[in-house]
Each structure stands twice: as structure tokens, then as C-alpha cells.
Design a protein around this ligand. Structure first.
Ligand code: PHE
Length: 343
């Protein structure tokens, strides 16, 4: 065996070892380029053939061809293995386990305040009430003065009212919308105003921001009986016809006479429970006939016009309807709480 032939076999053995060791199709391909590529080892060694004798040349050529075939065979086998292995790895990497449960997309739910508000609006719409809104930042005049709340009234106390400046407040109730309605609408009319109100107060049963619905009806002749009828209808629609309603004399500067209204406790059917403080009754809101001084403030003639007004808290309704005992839950936006109201 001449030195060229032994170099050839030595190199083939090396190349075959590299083929076995190659860890990827790419690495394997590089071995092939170096050994059998156009500018690879075999091409180079063929150039050395000139050094051989006439008899040796064809023998060496044959030898080179055999080496090439031997290399190709081993190469292809290894390439097949590596391709399969890479495919398996890719499939394992990208695989989708179709038996896994799908991702849960949580469905949104209406906020309980919104649900009740919507119900109240739906019931009173049946009685011909239109819905209106008013600004949450009010001039002192709308929130207090025009509602016959004099400057020294306790409701103006800094403890209760968020003042923006000497002349502007965050509305402490929805009653200022009565004034907006009286100034912009031609009586007779009936309207309700649901919305956010603000008071400087915070504990389990008080939130600095809560919601009220205001009702106002203006006509030539309006009686307490009509007011009672309207409130009773609303509460029986909301809590069921078994509910009883009672009116208690009260005082509001903007109504005269005034009454607070309660409903029989729907939780314990008036047997007595924590919610109704074992009285069988739950306070709902305030009401009364529009005080003539309010008509005067908006330049309507109290000799011609009468009205009734009522207002109540929506959170209170939700507390009763859903048996919720902490008002702060309505404002924390905890999805575990809100999710319970999805339909
Ligand atoms: N605005 C009163 C309150 O917030 C409720 C009310 C409204 C009373 C309308 C009488 C008439 O307490």
C-alpha cells in the first residue's frame, strides 16, 4: 500500500468517526463537505494522483471511489437517524396536548349596583318616568341653597360634604338634579335621576361614594297618597308583592311634609334578623311633597304647581336583595365578589 492510499484510509476512518459523533444534521453536513465536498479531502487527494505510477493510478482511483461510497452509505444512515431525532425533538417541543382542559376565559358580570339601578329604572319607566343625570360636581346653590338647605344646616358640615372650593361641592345627594329638572323641563313632568353621590364618611355601612336614585313628579295637584302608591309599587316590583311598606314622618328641608319609608325585611319576613336589627323593618329612603320654597327658588308658582320627590340609596337595595353586609365590597372590585353576580 502506498502512502497516498494509507492517508486515504486514515482520513476515511476519521471521517466515519466524525459521522457517528455528529450531533445534528448540520454538523453532519459539515463533515461531508470537508471529506467529500467539491473542495474536500477526496478532491484534494485525487490531485496527488500524478505522483503515482501508471499501474497505481487506476487502482488508487478505484480505492477513492470505494471510500466515497463507504462514506456516503454511513453518512446517509446517520443522516436518517439525526433527521428523525430532530423531528422528534421538534414535535416534543411544539406539541399540543389536545387532552388538556382549555384555558378558562372568565365571563364578565354586571355590577350589583348596576343591576339594581337598571331594575329601578325599568319599574319606574313603566309609570312614565324619564331618566336624567346631573353633574357630580355641583354649585353650592344646586346642592343646598335651592333645596332650601340654609347655610347653617348640619348637612353642610365639613364632616359630610366634600368641598371643592367655597362654591363647589361633590354632590351629597341626587336631589340637585331636581333643581336642574325644574329649571329645564316644563311641568307637568316626572323624572328619575340615578347617579353617584359623595359624603365624607367611611365604615362598614358607609362609603364616601355611593349611589342614589332621585324621583320627582310635578303636576297641578299632587298628593302624599300618590307618592305612597308609587313607592309601594316600586318596592313590591323589586322585592315581591309580599313586601309591606311604611312611611314615618320625617324632615327634609326640600319637602314638606316629609316622610322616610321602610319596607318589611325581605330576609327574615319581619321575624327579626341582623339586617333589620330585629325590628322587622328596613329603612329605604326619604320622600315628601316638594317644599313651596323649592318652587320659588326655580321661579315656579307654588300656587300653581305641586310635586312629590323621593330618594334612596342603591347600595342599600343591593344589600337587602343580595344579603351583603359590608358596603365596601361594592367598591373594591374584587372579582371573587363581582363574579357572583354573573348570569
Ligand atoms: N336627598 C335626601 C337624602 O339624600 C333624600 C330625599 C330625596 C328626601 C327626595 C326627600 C326627597 O337623604
Amino acid at each position: 500500500m502506498n502512502s497516498l492510499t494509507s492517508a486515504l484510509h486514515e482520513k476515511l476512518a476519521q471521517a466515519l468517526a466524525q459521522v457517528h459523533e455528529a450531533k445534528s444534521v448540520q454538523a453532519l453536513y459539515e463533515v461531508k463537505v470537508a471529506f467529500a465536498g467539491k473542495q474536500g479531502f477526496l478532491t484534494e487527494i485525487m490531485k496527488e494522483m500524478v505522483k503515482l505510477s501508471k499501474e497505481q493510478k487506476p487502482l488508487f482511483g478505484k480505492e477513492v471511489n470505494q471510500c466515497k461510497t463507504a462514506f456516503e452509505t454511513t453518512y446517509q444512515t446517520r443522516e436518517g437517524q439525526l433527521q428523525e431525532q430532530e423531528l422528534f425533538e421538534k414535535v416534543a417541543r411544539d406539541s399540543v396536548d389536545v387532552s388538556l382542559p382549555g384555558l378558562k376565559i372568565p365571563a364578565g358580570a354586571k355590577h350589583p349596583i348596576y343591576i339594581i339601578l337598571h331594575e329601578v329604572v325599568a319599574v319606574l319607566s313603566k309609570l312614565g318616568y324619564t331618566v336624567r343625570t346631573g353633574p357630580q360636581i355641583e354649585k353650592d346653590w344646586y346642592n343646598f341653597e335651592a333645596l332650601n338647605i340654609p347655610p347653617d344646616h348640619p348637612a353642610r358640615d365639613m364632616q359630610d360634604t366634600f368641598y371643592i372650593d367655597a362654591n363647589h361641592v361633590l354632590r351629597t345627594h341626587t336631589s340637585p338634579v331636581q333643581i336642574h329638572a325644574l329649571l329645564s323641563e316644563k311641568p307637568p313632568f316626572r323624572t328619575i335621576a340615578p347617579g353617584s353621590v359623595f359624603r365624607c364618611d367611611s365604615d362598614v355601612s358607609h362609603s364616601p361614594n355611593f349611589h342614589q336614585v332621585e324621583g320627582l313628579l310635578v303636576d297641578h295637584k299632587v298628593s302624599m297618597a300618590e307618592l305612597k302608591g308609587t313607592i309601594s309599587f316600586l318596592l313590591s316590583e323589586l322585592f315581591g308583592s309580599a313586601i309591606k311598606v311604611r312611611f314615618r314622618p320625617s324632615f327634609f328641608p326640600f319637602t314638606e311634609p316629609s316622610a322616610e319609608f321602610d319596607c318589611s325585611c325581605p330576609i327574615c319576613a319581619s321575624k327579626g334578623c341582623r339586617l333589620c336589627k330585629f325590628s322587622g323593618w328596613i329603612e329605604i329612603g326619604g320622600s315628601g311633597l316638594v317644599n313651596p320654597r323649592v318652587f320659588e327658588a326655580v321661579k315656579l308658582d307654588p300656587a300653581q304647581w305641586q310635586g312629590f320627590a323621593f330618594g334612596f340609596g342603591i347600595e342599600r337595595m343591593a344589600i337587602i336583595k343580595y344579603g351583603i353586609d359590608d358596603i365596601r365590597l361594592f367598591f373594591e372590585n374584587d372579582l371573587r365578589f363581582l363574579g357572583q353576580f354573573s348570569v
